[in-house]
Design a protein around this ligand. Structure first.
Ligand code: ZN
Length: 163
């Protein structure tokens, strides 16, 4: 009986129920993003749509001091275009990438210093400057990150990413 009920629902929706639920969640989240004025990509500051937004972590949760806390911390959640999301970079993307934590690329034209360093602390974004190389930006990130988070913070140097 229940199975039949689901079949009817699926035939009326024209898709699997699990698909419909995922789509509903996606639409719901986007409508909340819009209602709370968060529909500008936190990477490129351009508007997002229902079809190209993604949820991402401001600070890398992987290898964080407390990965579970960093993953589920709502202050660590931001919205960005799928193509701007750092988790998707490098996968079929032609844009430059960096292995460093806290470093973002600014692709605006005629810009010499394209590598920007941002440190997130208590839900706020702190700018650590623009640099010609990602290594310089990573060093600046580390310096500001330690000022804001203390010297136990997992920096690029601590992750042995700096040359
Ligand atoms: Zn974007």
């Amino acid at each position: 009986m229940l199975k039949n009920g689901n079949k009817q629902k699926e035939s009326q929706l024209g898709m699997k129920l699990c698909q419909a639920r995922t789509l509903l969640h996606r639409k719901l989240i986007f409508s909340l993003i819009e209602k709370s004025d968060q529909n500008l990509c936190f990477k490129c500051s351009r508007p997002m749509t229902e079809n190209n937004y993604s949820i991402e972590h401001r600070d890398e949760w992987l290898y964080a001091d407390d990965p579970v806390k960093a993953y589920f911390n709502m202050d660590n959640i931001a919205f960005s275009h799928r193509k701007c999301n750092k988790g998707n970079r490098g996968r079929g993307s032609k844009s430059k990438t960096t292995k460093f934590k806290g470093i973002y690329i600014n692709n605006a034209r005629n810009r010499k210093n394209i590598w920007q360093a941002y440190v997130y602390c208590k839900g706020k974004r702190h700018f650590a400057g623009s640099y010609a190389t990602d290594v310089e930006a990573a060093i600046a990130y580390d310096k500001l990150a330690v000022q804001l988070h203390g010297d136990k913070y997992l920096t690029n140097a601590k992750m042995k990413l700096l040359p």
